[in-house]
Design a protein around this ligand. Sequence first.
Ligand code: TRP
Length: 453
Amino acid sequence: MSQSVSRSTWTNRWAFILVTIGSAVGLGNIWRFSYLAGSSGGSAFVLVYLLCVGLIGLPLLMAEILIGRRGRGNPVQAMLNTAEETGNSPWWALLGWAGMLGALLILSYYSVVSGWIADYLYQAVVGIRVETAEAARQGFAALAGDPLRMGFWHTVMLTLSVGVVARGVVAGIEAANRIMMPVLFLILLLLTLWGGVVGDMPAALHFMFDFKADALTPSVVLAAMGHAFFSLSLGMGAIMVYGSYLDRHTRIGHTSLWVVGASTLVGLLSGMAIFSLTFGYGLAPSAGPGLILQTLPLAFAHMPGGRLVAVFFFLFVLFAAWTSAISLVEPFVSWLTERYGIRRARAAWGTWAPVWLLGLAVCLSFNRWSDFTLAGLNLFDALDQFASKIMMPLSGLMIAVYVGWRMGTALVREEIALRGAAFPLWFNVLRYVVPIGIVLVFCHNLGWLPWLA
Ligand code: TRP
């Protein structure tokens, strides 16, 4: 069954690069990257992460864009169209389904965490300062213990994200990224410079880049590999649907290099800014998930211009989260509009409702419902672990198998348009290195490789 609907196309290839960077750069690159690096020995994590981004992330990103563009449809339709064209089973559409629904699951808690950032931005704007570590800890506990306050900010963030998608691919998603992404990069540059002035940049650089072989344990390697995945938005239909709005003439390899480069750069620069402030104010980098919410505010409280810096910092994180959340809404909305001919705005607000409800449950999972657990995890952790440790690697694996082994070399070669040795290099990495890498991460995540722990 192929289906042709007139579809939007990004204004030009830079627009595609910008929105895809917008999707990739998010809470993952800032919040998750800095706390993982901070608690996994710094440089060992960072260097392996860089290696994995190049060896697994980049080839897979190209493969996912390829499916979207060749299939010209929402994730389910793109899989159906390409499967039909290449003589594969329509069951491959399950990959599209898994991505689309997985994206909504991620969105439900991503929106809640984005809401924390919005709350902290508000606190910075009205000038709430935390002077001591104990106050910072209590400040976060107060937020986590208050489902109404968390629910309020979750509602705000979800509404903002869905609102952008409701306006359309070019008028909504592209326009929002055109405004937010340049601002984001500008703030990041200023923050990094300021971090160098008032913080301890040499300490941050040593921490992130000095090679320490003994910190290089297998579990750090695997955590870094998993993070490469998350930070590039892979496997959940988001990149696929963005790729489906890409014109035929744009070179996928070239654009992917830009996306991977920029998103990695944002991770590294924000890590440098965050660690430089952390060390400069004598704080520990290993605070875990609370690093940017509990450790950094202490640095803000004691630095010159701290209130303004805090406002800029949380605005930066908020923009990063918002442009990523948008990309988690789009796969399902595009499916509703193309499959049922529903108007985009309706489809978007129809998507809002179930995600909002699930997000409210996530808000409650930190307090009233904290006794309710799945496999020993509260709902928030269960959703995060299920999506990032099970669904994302599995989808990524299937994408590598599909493009690497099932679509046919001739078609893949034509669509990817890589010159010279670049094609066999990419294709072989996709066929061998990517699946093996993913299987290793996956087994590790499920605790099947205890000797690697
Ligand atoms: N990459 C984003 C981040 O780093 C999160 C994200 C957006 C994502 N869209 C995704 C993760 C799709 C997985 C799949 O925060």
